[in-house]
Design a protein around this ligand. Structure first.
Ligand code: HSE
Length: 443
């Protein structure tokens, strides 16, 4: 049995520093817990010319990638460089050199996972990616091992801390989206360029990875339905609150026999739902299995040490396999990760509940006209709120314009889109209606 496992880190940012700190300062603890000595042998970064929270001495600084790739004593390469192209190149090279991989890179796995996992399996090497979804929450291990006795029915995830921080502030303090985003940047909760967080892509990458693990197939990321929070207005958060709902950027995956429905969008959840209580930068995942029922996982989805905690768990897990001589096939079969593509439900075939806010002229009969279009498309109305509060005056006829909110029962996405089109065409709503999907079981 091999007891000393050598590791190299490529990319020495916030997470890399956290991983090095744990490996260097908690060596004894890791040895006690795993029976293995895990040694951080080399670190590569493009720029050593700055201060690091966990400095690395010269003897462990790799001058180029080859120093790591050509070192036969390095068993595991930890990719923490970020982006897609460079990590893809690096991981391919490292697999060619028979090294196991640990990565936190959800974008890479969601968009190029098929290539990487196929190659790793062919070479009987392992890819650890616990840190790629929900940072420190061990959700990958939970799906792969703890919940292996279950047919997974549904996953709900709050998988992006930046957007959850923004929506929590908007809900609790009534601040606008832009105001909250600026605050989040100032406090270091949002990255300088938070585009992929705000537009839902980051959460979509993560739910795609969870779906692959849960439903046993690859996800064609280009077909995942994604909507971000950039257009959310406090008026909808307030009106939702009145109806008993809290707004979250929810990542949803549901299994329907031969199809899997995957979508990420702003979603109203009942305010007493456990996920509605997940505030600020925290992440949470609710998984429903046929045997276990509902389970919930909660914790920090980002940050140096929480993410490093997940990376080190992968390093230890792979180190154990190496020392026991177990290969990759265990990893693949235990998640039923068949090398096939999942059949994704088309957007028009989604069925859910809807909150729709129209901006209507305050004239006789407008509600009846809108209701008749809903009836035509077989959309059943559950609740209506019309505010006397004037949003603005309609110039042409100097009518008052007010918000009208309709909450539907479960309806077909296709029919809702057709109804909205007709309502807008007939000028019943003088602005493009705001549509927010609602996840709430029918009573
Ligand atoms: N930017 C992500 C978030 C963390 O805001 O949750 C890294 O996945």
């Amino acid at each position: 049995m091999e007891h000393k496992i050598n590791v190299a880190i490529v990319g020495y940012g916030v997470v890399g520093n956290g991983v090095a700190k744990i490996l260097d300062t908690q060596k004894e603890l890791l040895k006690q817990k795993s029976g293995l000595e895990i040694n951080l042998k080399k670190v590569f970064t493009r720029n050593w010319n700055k201060d690091f929270p966990h400095p690395i001495e010269d003897s462990r600084r790799a001058k180029d990638l080859d120093e790591i790739l050509n070192d036969e004593d390095i068993h595991i390469v930890v990719e923490l460089a970020g982006g897609i192209d460079f990590p893809y190149y690096l991981i391919n090279k490292a697999l060619d050199k028979n090294k196991h991989i640990v990565t936190a890179n959800k974008a890479l796995l969601a968009e190029k996972g098929k290539d990487i996992f196929t190659k790793a399996q062919e070479k009987n090497l392992r890819i650890g990616f616990e840190a790629s979804v929900a940072g420190g929450i061990p959700i990958i291990k939970a799906l792969r091992e703890g919940l292996v006795a279950n047919d997974i029915k549904k996953i709900y995830g709050i998988l992006n801390g930046t957007t959850n921080y923004i929506l929590t502030s908007m809900y609790k303090e009534g601040k606008s989206f832009n105001q909250t985003l600026e605050e989040a940047k100032k406090n270091g909760y949002a990255e300088a360029d938070p585009t992929l967080d705000i537009n839902g892509t980051d959460a979509a990458h993560k739910i795609s990875i969870l779906s692959s693990l849960s439903f046993g197939g690859f996800v064609d990321f280009s077909h995942v339905y994604v909507e971000g929070i950039q257009k959310i207005d406090t008026i909808d958060i307030d009106l939702g609150k009145e109806l008993g709902y809290t707004l979250k950027l929810l990542a949803i995956a549901k299994s329907h026999n031969e199809e899997v429905e995957i979508r990420v969008h702003p979603t109203f959840l009942p305010s007493d739902h456990p996920l509605s209580k997940v505030d600020g930068v925290f992440n949470a995942v609710m998984v429903e299995g046929d045997n276990v029922g509902e389970t919930m996982f909660y914790g920090r989805g980002a940050g140096s040490l929480p993410t490093a905690s997940a990376v080190v768990s992968d390093i230890v897990s792979i180190a154990k396999s190496i020392s026991l001589g177990i290969g990759n096939e265990i990893e693949i079969t235990s998640v039923n990760w068949k090398h096939k593509d999942l059949n994704l439900t088309k957007v028009k075939d989604f069925y859910t509940r809807y909150y729709i806010r129209f901006t209507v002229p305050d004239v006789t009969g407008i509600l009846a006209k809108i209701a008749s279009v809903f009836a035509k498309y077989d959309i059943s109305i559950a609740a209506v709120i019309q505010k006397e509060k004037v949003v603005k005056l309609q110039k042409s006829v100097s009518n008052k314009v007010v918000p009208l909110v309709i909450l539907t029962h479960t309806a077909s996405e296709n029919n809702v889109q057709l109804a909205i089109k007709e309502i807008v065409k007939n000028n019943y709503s003088i602005e493009e209606p705001v549509i927010i999907r609602v996840e709430d079981e029918e009573k």
